[in-house]
Design a protein around this ligand. Structure first.
Ligand code: SF4
Ligand code: SF4
Length: 511
């Protein structure tokens, strides 16, 4: 079991709504971004002198730009329906991690400066000056929200705390209070092309290694091309897929699927990142700059289609915003969706009987599936409502013999966040991450005991990284989390592949 310098929640069989413990998480905030990382995103390097004035002006700008923000701040009736729906509240017990408590951190400032009642009778309407103390609370608690949108599913008015968190982070960046983890990473994308700062030659080496591994394993020459012009498909995938476990096993699977489909494809060293942390910091300008790299790569390489690999928030940006951010995509083949998810691609082949899958290759695992929040609540897949839930499950069932779903209150649109999304996947927030993972791990733990589940599959790079890190805090193994396309990869029988059965037959004949 991983050691923690904080109390790791005890897993329970039934969900319990905890007693509130005001202020217990006030100390938990991420490292602040240094001047060098702020500057490359166009933000001041440190807290500006007239920060209050600038913050209020920026809030006014956002209220004018996003009608939804004003509606969310005005509409709450304090019904309490959201209070026990956030994994960070359930795991930390801090009432400022209740969605309505988090919203109120901005609402009280909004009321003070943007409503008549708040200007003249602040105490009557819960309005407060934007003081340094309030700013500190903003920095802590708006970085304890993974922007997962679970609360919005249960709010009768659909109030989306994720958007409020994004706006708060955008305001803080504009006064020089940025978060190191996100802002440093966005700078790496601008300089090198991906979150991890992997240069083109390192990518080429990795891909060559994968080709050798697949050849050794299957006897089939599957290609993992980089920067190839004139091919059909540009694959945009999270850079974690290039080296992290279990991500890379998913990438191996995408390559095998493309090979079997007989399509030509490539990765791009310039757009070697599907993730778009511009969304986490609420910055339209930075989100656009990151997204435009995909457009530029697609034009330069002359591809006809764009397919996204397994990444939750990247799919949200791609599905919901890509056209606005970097469209029009009229230079691509109109017969295919723009963009397309790798799960849609694989599912389509399965439907047409183009993939031969040997489920028994995954018989060493009993699986469940974690719906990643950005896929579940901020996007769709395929041409039917609910495709984002059904398609990944259909793929898993086609590739495995043993699959069970977790409790229905914790899956599909009610899924619990892994605890590391929204720009929180950093070691300086480990306490928040471990505690925030509690509701998801609890549901997994129950299924382990009830059905003998051994592994949980996911289609999000952040979920995979988060679970490999936090499962050991709960006494589980880091390799209990797997990629969906890792399961496909295990089960897929490539044309011309020598299988175990073939080898046994050959041995029998020789004998
Ligand atoms: S968006 Fe998710 S993390 Fe943020 S308050 Fe709502 S439930 Fe909590
Ligand atoms: S559920 Fe909606 S209206 Fe009710 S307290 Fe929460 S945010 Fe306010």
């Amino acid at each position: 079991m991983a050691k923690a310098d904080f109390e790791v929640p005890v897993l329970k069989q039934y969900p319990e709504i905890p007693e509130i413990e005001p202020g217990v998480m006030a100390h938990a905030s991420p490292f602040k971004s240094k001047e060098e990382f702020q500057a490359q995103l166009g933000f001041p390097g440190e807290l500006v002198d007239n920060w209050q004035e600038k913050a209020i002006a920026k809030m006014g700008d956002l209220l004018g730009r996003y009608r939804s923000l004003r509606v969310y701040l005005d509409a709450c009736v304090k019904c309490g329906s959201c209070t026990d729906k956030c994994h960070y509240y359930l795991g930390t017990h801090d009432p400022k991690n209740m969605p309505v408590g988090r919203q109120d951190l901005m609402r009280k400032v909004y009321r003070r400066y943007f409503t008549l009642a708040g200007k003249y009778f602040p105490n009557l309407v819960g309005a407060e000056d934007f003081t340094e103390e309030v700013l500190n609370d903003w920095y802590s608690y708006f970085h304890q929200c993974s922007q997962c949108r679970r609360c919005s599913v249960f709010c009768p008015y659909g109030i989306d705390t994720a958007e409020i968190s994004m706006a708060a982070r955008e305001i803080m960046d504009h006064i020089g209070v940025g978060q190191k983890y996100c802002n440093e990473i966005i700078g790496k994308v601008y300089k090198i092309g991906n979150n991890l700062g992997l240069p083109g030659p390192a990518l080429a080496d990795t891909l060559e290694g994968l080709e050798e591994d697949v050849l050794d394993e299957t006897g089939v020459e599957v290609k993992y091309p980089l920067d190839q012009e004139g091919v059909d498909i540009l694959l945009v995938t999270p850079s974690a897929d290039f080296f992290a476990e279990p991500h890379v096993d998913g990438l191996i699977g995408y390559g095998k699927v493309f090979h079997e489909a007989g399509v030509s494809w490539t990765l791009s060293s310039y757009a070697s990142e599907a993730a778009n942390f511009g969304m986490f910091i609420g910055s339209y300008e930075n989100m656009r700059r990151v997204a435009l790299r995909i457009r530029e790569a697609a034009i330069k390489l002359g591809v006809k289609r764009i397919v996204f690999g397994e990444c939750g928030h990247a799919w949200r940006v791609a599905y919901s915003f890509l056209n606005t951010l970097a469209g029009p995509w009229d230079f691509l083949d109109p017969r295919y969706p723009v963009p397309q998810h790798i799960c849609e691609f694989t599912y389509d082949l399965m439907q047409r009987g183009k993939l031969k899958l040997d489920k028994s290759q995954n018989d060493d695992m009993v699986l469940t599936y974690h719906d990643s929040c950005n896929v579940a609540r901020a996007s769709r897949m395929g041409d039917r409502p609910g495709g984002q839930f059904d398609i990944p499950r259909a793929i898993i069932r086609a590739a495995c013999n043993h699959f069970y779903d977790m409790d229905e209150d914790t899956i599909r649109d009610r899924t619990f966040c892994c605890g590391g999304g929204g720009g929180l996947l950093t070691d300086d927030l480990m306490e928040v991450r471990v505690k925030g993972a509690q509701p998801r791990v609890e549901a997994l733990n129950n299924l382990i005991h009830e059905k003998g589940v051994t592994h949980m599959a996911a289609i999000c790079a952040i979920c995979k990284s988060q679970f490999t890190k936090v499962l050991p805090y709960y006494g589980m193994d880091m390799d209990q989390i797997v990629s969906v396309h890792q399961l496909v990869s295990n089960a897929l029988v490539l044309t011309g592949q020598v299988t175990d059965e073939d080898e046994e037959e050959a041995a029998d004949e020789a004998a």
